[in-house]
Design a protein around this ligand. Structure first.
Ligand code: PLP
Ligand code: COI
Length: 356
């Protein structure tokens, strides 16, 4: 069967929760829209794609996701412009990355048509849930998990693919302070760091909790081998401005190939901001801070958008970032969100119309 927004069956809820939501005080990812897209993999094929009311799932305790963490996910956003039109930002990048993650976790890939048509159908059904308040958007969480049963440590024979959505405000409230981590590692060579596998995040919770107890919000990971080089943060890639140059670490099998990251690199290059994608030593950061040439650090990601970092902790020292008047972070955030919310031209062809 062909998958289109016309052929995907929709079962509408009889009890919308929309009126209960305070759209002026949205947290991040705390309330969920009325519907979800669901599709199941059985007998070697994805089937039964449909939109149904958002609600609890029924799974056996022996479902493999509970035992072996066979799960991958994505994070995307839908935006509503001043005329009420719905837009996505580079959604095919998410679709492809979901499948790269899936392949690494021995999960069957989801065909592009199921992902895109399922997503568009869901957004049309739940379009009233897309916030229009400044800084808010609809956070979209596609995910695939092993729903087949068995205690044998081997891939499941059944999977469930769901897209759920949450009208959301900012991921961080205010500026972010980070701790550069030297004890724990997020990822290792040959591992799953580049995949958006749920377990990558679970493994960060404990070190992040320790960092939070020490007064920081996020951990900046260093390479697992020497702990000398900056990699990325828990939920975002990291940019560093030294002098006029914008630096970020190269992606590898330990780092998530962020869509915001690569969009920022393209944007910065187009705007004449000198960029360097190279390994960055923590000692270089510390030295630049001492010399006064470290002007900015910021995180970049779908949830985080562009989040300025106010300070970083390293080996019991806290280094405070200055606040330059012409901040790259502020400029880039404005440029990128203007494209996302259809407030400006999109010379790169990143915006994707959903259609009502
Ligand atoms: N790094 C990690 C670990 C993330 O979870 C995310 C969020 O998706 C990012 C980076 C940023 O990626 P993107 O810009 O594609 O959202
Ligand atoms: C995103 O930015 O979409 C992410 O997946 C980060 C997440 C851990 C909230």
């Amino acid at each position: 069967m062909e998958f289109t927004t016309k052929t995907i069956p929709v079962e509408k809820t009889s009890a919308s929760r929309l009126a209960q939501v305070d759209f002026n005080n949205l947290s991040f990812g705390g309330v969920f829209t009325d519907h979800m897209f669901i599709c199941e993999y059985k007998n070697g094929a994805w089937q039964d794609a449909r939109v149904i009311p958002y609600g609890p799932l029924s799974l056996e305790p022996a479902a493999k996701v509970f035992h072996y963490g066979q799960e991958v996910f994505e994070g995307m956003k839908a935006y509503k412009d001043a005329e009420g039109k719905i837009w996505l930002f580079r959604p095919l990048e998410n679709q492809r990355r979901l499948n790269r993650s899936a392949a690494r976790l021995a999960i069957p890939e989801v065909p592009e048509a199921i992902f895109m048509e399922g997503l568009k159908t869901l957004l049309q059904v739940d379009s009233d849930w897309i916030p229009t308040q400044a800084g808010s958007s609809l956070y979209i969480r596609p995910f695939i998990f092993a729903s087949g049963t068995g205690f044998h440590a081997s891939p499941s024979d059944a999977y469930t693919f769901i897209i759920a959505c949450a009208p959301s405000g900012a991921y961080f409230s205010g500026e972010v302070s980070v701790r550069i981590e030297e004890t724990y590692s997020r990822a290792a060579n040959g591992g799953v760091g580049y995949a958006k596998a749920g377990g990558n995040y679970a493994g960060q919770f404990y070190p992040t909790k320790l960092a939070q107890e020490a007064g920081f919000q996020q951990v900046v990971w260093t390479d697992d081998h020497t702990h000398e080089y900056i990699e990325e943060a828990g939920a975002m890639n990291i940019f560093i401005r030294i002098g006029d140059t914008l630096l970020t670490s190269p992606t590898s099998d330990r780092i998530l190939d962020g869509i915001t990251r690569k969009s920022i690199l393209t944007l910065a290059e187009a705007e004449g901001i000198p960029t360097e994608v190279r390994k960055i030593k923590v000692s270089e950061l510390v030295e630049a801070s001492r010399q006064g040439t470290l002007l900015e650090m910021f995180g970049a990601g779908t949830a985080a958008v562009v989040s300025p970092i106010s300070s970083f902790g390293y080996r019991d020292q806290v280094y405070t970032l200055p606040k330059p008047e012409k901040s790259y972070a502020a400029y880039i955030k404005e440029r990128i969100t203007d494209i996302q919310y259809n407030r400006a031209e999109d010379p790169f062809g990143w915006r994707y119309p959903v259609g009502n």
